[in-house]
Design a protein around this ligand. Structure first.
Ligand SMILES: [Fe+2]
Ligand SMILES: [Fe+2]
Length: 381
């Protein structure tokens, strides 16, 4: 993926235009595949510099991670019965489809739906979200295993190793919830898969951080937070609370590590990171159009995608909120304004630049971490 000249938007996205409906509405070419191979081109690095704590903030994160482990099997009450319709409704602020743009607009594929269809859609959309969370978590599992190999610093290898365990628990806990409480599942969304493939495939170790810790995990942290806020289902609420406490550390790991790396980069190298942050932003925007759900509901997917892209400004709050961690973190890393401010322009085009002054996540993890006594009391139950 190394380039000599800045790439055009078309080259970055490998499609005719940013809003190319045909490309966005495409499906996973093999929804029945069980194994998916990606070429990992990076060098695995040994370091003989074992001086623990030479990067104190990473060392602090590592120590925090070691005492914040929870167990998906024993720390959650799996006897709780879940009604998927009650657990999550698309008619809340945590949704970009429960609005007049979808329920009433003449171009909406759902304009004639009654309660029965909307209830079904709500359950499908909930299952789709949880499925994508789970696939993203597996992406994080593979990416952090890769970071253990590729990052040159011992403090980062130590920390990343704790994250590998965290991500294994996250995949496990979402799969268990989907399997035991929802019973509806979806394959990985093609846009999420494209992004995960690109992240794993890139040979530069900092790109794994940027793609996973800043972009994918930044979006996940915001999405978990929104679902946590609106759900009253106690098992899901606690599950998300536990996952979020880990995720905030993960995003902090990305911010703290990349700050150091970006300081010494050339303008050309920074531009490549900006392009990657833009590409990841678009892949995640496309992913949120949830084309698989429209398909399963029997709708014309291209029309649904087109309608989703034409969402009015007033209804964009949900998508904007999902970028609420990504944009401030890109700003903190200097990616918005580096060079000629190319990324600022792009994030302005997709309507998320207003979020740049929200809190970045470099230190925020301590605020959402599970208190030690909280963890201890639930472990003792
Ligand atoms: Fe995770
Ligand atoms: Fe994570």
């Amino acid at each position: 993926m190394t380039t000599t000249e800045p790439r055009t938007e078309q080259e970055i996205l490998d499609r005719e235009s940013m809003d190319d409906v045909d490309a966005i509405a495409a499906f996973n070419p093999d929804p029945d595949e069980v194994l998916h191979a990606v070429q990992d081109q990076a060098d695995a690095l040994f370091t003989w510099d074992y001086s623990k704590g030479s990067r104190p903030r990473l060392d602090k994160l590592y120590e925090k991670a070691k005492v914040s482990q929870w167990n998906a099997q024993t720390d959650l009450d799996w006897s709780i019965e879940v009604d998927p319709l009650q657990a999550f409704s698309i008619f809340t602020e945590s949704s970009n489809v429960g609005t007049g743009h979808w329920t009433e607009h003449p171009d909406s594929p759902a304009k004639n739906w009654g309660d029965k269809e909307w209830d079904q859609f709500s359950i499908e959309s909930f299952a789709w979200r949880l499925s994508q969370f789970k696939h993203g978590e597996q992406g994080a599992l593979l990416c952090t295993a890769k970071i253990v190999e590729t990052v040159p610093w011992i403090d980062a290898k130590y920390y990343a190793a704790t994250q590998v365990v965290d991500e294994a628990r996250h995949v496990e806990v979402f799969e268990k919830y989907i399997d035991e409480k929802i019973g509806v599942r979806y394959p990985v969304n093609p846009h999420l898969q494209l992004l995960l493939d690109d992240i794993i495939n890139d040979s530069r170790w900092d790109m794994t951080y940027l793609g996973m810790q800043i972009m994918v995990e930044g979006l996940a942290l915001a999405a978990f937070g929104l679902m946590h806020q609106v759900t009253t289902e106690p098992l899901l609420k606690k599950l998300l609370r536990y996952v979020m406490s880990d995720e905030a550390r993960h995003v902090a790991f990305g911010v703290l590590s990349l700050q150091e790396v970006y300081q010494d980069m050339t303008a050309k190298e920074v531009r490549e990171r900006q392009e990657f942050a833009f590409e990841a932003g678009i892949r995640m925007r496309d992913r949120l159009l949830q084309q698989e759900v429209w398909d399963r509901m029997g709708c014309d997917v291209k029309k649904a995608v087109e309608h989703g892209l034409n969402i009015p400004e007033d209804d964009q709050i949900f998508n904007q909120l999902l970028f609420s961690k990504i944009v401030p973190n890109c700003r903190k890393l200097g990616l918005l304004d580096a060079g000629d401010g190319w990324l600022r322009e792009k994030y302005t085009e997709i309507g998320v630049i207003e979020l740049e002054h929200l809190d970045e996540t470099g230190e925020e993890y301590s605020e959402v971490s599970i208190e030690d006594d909280e963890l201890a009391s639930s472990t003792n139950q």
